[in-house]
Design a protein around this ligand. Sequence first.
Ligand code: G4P
Length: 538
Amino acid sequence: MTDAVSPEVAAERLAHEISRRRTFAIISHPDAGKTTLTEKLLLYGGAIHLAGSVKARRATRHATSDWMKLEQERGISVTSSVLQFEYLGYQLNLLDTPGHEDFSEDTYRTLVAADCAIMLLDNRRGVEERTRQLFEVCKRRRTPIFTLVNKCDRHGEDPLKLIQDVEADLGIDCFAATWPVFDNDIFVGVYDRLKREVHLFERSGDRGATRADDTIVSIDDVALIETMGESAFDRLMTDIDLLDAAGHTYDHDRVIDGSLTPVFFGSALTNFGIEPFLREFLELAPAPGPRETNTGNVEPESTDFTGFVFKIQANMDPKHRDRVAFVRIVSGHFEANMQVLHQRSGKPIRLAAPQQFMARDRVSIDEAWPGDVIGIMDRGNLRIGDTLGGDGKLEFQGIPRFPPEHFARAIPADPLKRKQFDSGLRQLTEEGAAQVFFAETSAGSQPIVGAVGQLQFDVMAFRLEHEYAAPCKFEKMTYRWPRWITGPKADVERVATGQGRLKLFDHKGHVVVLFSDAWALRRALQHETSVVFHETAP
Ligand code: G4P
């Protein structure tokens, strides 16, 4: 606990800590360079000294952990973590989003916890499918977006064409905040249009393992032409004239409301353009702001601690059976062991053993501030979407829930391990990626798992075997399209048992119906007007 200070000093400190925080996520299509960029942000933040170590460390851990082995086998990242590091006095919280589309549910919730996003594009591919999906989520929430065109060290699409494509494809205006400088088609620097500075990079020969050194020259400096060389200078001047005449102007309010994105150019591999991007990003990106609740906005400067759970992860460390609830702090000063109201249960809970995450390493912390994400060790009390702190009945809005799209019967391989199987299934589904249903309400009935993506079944089977010693098989079902139904009991029963329908119960005993095909669902929605159909649990 910190020493008691006067309310004025405490408020000043709170305001200072909020103003220096940037909580963001990277949205991109696989292969655009998210891992490489993350590594370089950590390099610039001083959190690692030689880039390449994140990957290298990941590789060693793959060898030592079964869970990681799955990631390795599949070539995907399934766990998402929060990376925290400092740079130039700012505190950066990078919420890592799983890249695989089957984990989109997790990713969408992570985006809710972020205050802005970096949209990373490949300079040859521009906007791709996954970027488009994630962009749509950000757009709905009016999340400010900073675009970084990556891989400029190799020849790509014309930068102007890329910008036009982003505007046409995503319906967002672009402001070229930096512009690539080419010398004989080789990427040698960037021009920062807001600071009116040209950054010319020096090749290090270590393939970006250390920071890129650069020479910074003002665009108005008469020596620039000499430093750059005539042809590079002429090309840049032509480009700038074109941008000034035809491009959008910078408007900070429009960046903050998500209708204008500043666009940067760089190479995460060679580090060229990454530091100018990072500096502008830190200055322009929003500090944690107010968040919407059922009773109005909560301001970050409010002295009462509040936050919400956006992710639950069981067994992050398979050697220590544990369950971590990730809480995004919205307001107030968090202190370890503080007691807060758990809104859903109405009971106070003590937030013991909070942790923050540095790559996969955890550190215990004493305090945290709005914008930070803390991991709370939890015994099963917390759920995704839960609000912590505040007066009774406070509920943060906008944490999305997604109905499962695929269903499978879960069959334990060893009936004697039923207890481990049940408890594993319960804990894993509490993480939020899958839900358990039953054909009967009685105990011991065979569970049916509903998941947002097919891959979840493989992940669950793997984890049940390796983390709970309860191997099982998932038998995929053809029934899909779940709807929760409410209404007069006899009608619910009749509708639920009709042809082409499968009646199930969720863990709370609510009736859920699966349909054999989309047509059967459509017909039910049209004709069964005596009951109400819900896409998620009522
Ligand atoms: P991801 O997390 O978005 O999936 O992408 P990741 O960083 O793993 O990068 C995907 C590939 O793109 C990697 O090549 C990586 O080296 C390369 N890459 C990333 N940034 C740049 C860049 O600025 N310029 C160029 N030219 N390439 C870049 P790989 O061959 O798949 O892997 P590796 O053997 O290089 O590690």
